[in-house]
Design a protein around this ligand. Sequence first.
Ligand code: F6P
Length: 327
Amino acid sequence: MAIAIMTSGGDCAGMNPAIKQFVDYCFSKDIKPYLIYDGLEGLIDGDIKLATYEDVAGIMHEGGTKIRSSRSKRFFEYKFREQAFNYLQQYNIDKIIILGGDGSFRALNQFHKDFGVNFVGIPATIDNDIFGTDYCLGVDTALNVIRQATDAVRDTSASFKRACVIETMGRDCGYLALVSAITCGAEICIIPELDYNLDAIGKRLKKELAEGRKYIVCIVAEGCSSDKCTSTNELVSWLEHDIGIETRATILGHVQRGGNPTVFDRLMASEFVTYAIERLMDNKNEDGGSVIIYKKSEFEFVSIDYVNSQKYEIRKDLLELAKRIVN
Ligand code: F6P
């Protein structure tokens, strides 16, 4: 049996531990492990290699993905998917494990419909925005990167009696900002999913400043750059002019996508991959494509249609925890 692994879309910490576990576990089960480089683009161009131990030696602690990633427009075209399939046939590969987001899963679902290639999707994105799963690989590491950066920015903000506005990634989803605001003790959290009242926040902050508060930490999701809510720049200007506190902005950007995977992400990577291989080995993937999800501390397989059926929503109890800092 041969199984290939690939990483697609935005990379995240945990992909390398997943690739390592994939190769090691395949060898232990007498399965040929193939690596597809450069995501869907590499699949189209036949950038495929039978893995050796050396390919994955010493990568457990590294962020990013050794087999690289891409976002592919070409894969939307049948002729390129057909080209990809022809390459896979040369290696007798008819099973793929793909780490990525729902766009990547949809791409392989179409590929399955075209040519019958079986696949399992592993949710891997720092955005944590895939419907059906409580956890996507890479989120814990990204949260720890944000935590470390916020702790550092708080130090200098306190020294200068300033406010800081820290913008996190997450595309349209405010999960990273929300959890960071709760766990870093922010005074303000602005995310698209949570109603907030700037007037009430302003009153609260002015009172606290009058009573001796020395600095203010605000965490804003990048999804707020749209019309939906107050953007980082607008918040900086509001803090300076309405609240009267000198303010600096830090847009964390791609630093959140890198860094050494945390223990949790290494463990989740191992579990996701092991179950995915077993699923493909046991031929349980009857309908050709599934996604492994992590729900209420258990792993489960669901259909692509299920994952695509609804928009991800942040848990209500988490949103509740931040109510205090949105008024
Ligand atoms: O989906 C992961 C993510 O990092 C988002 O949080 C962010 O909006 C986007 O990708 C950035 O994409 P790129 O790496 O193409 O700039």
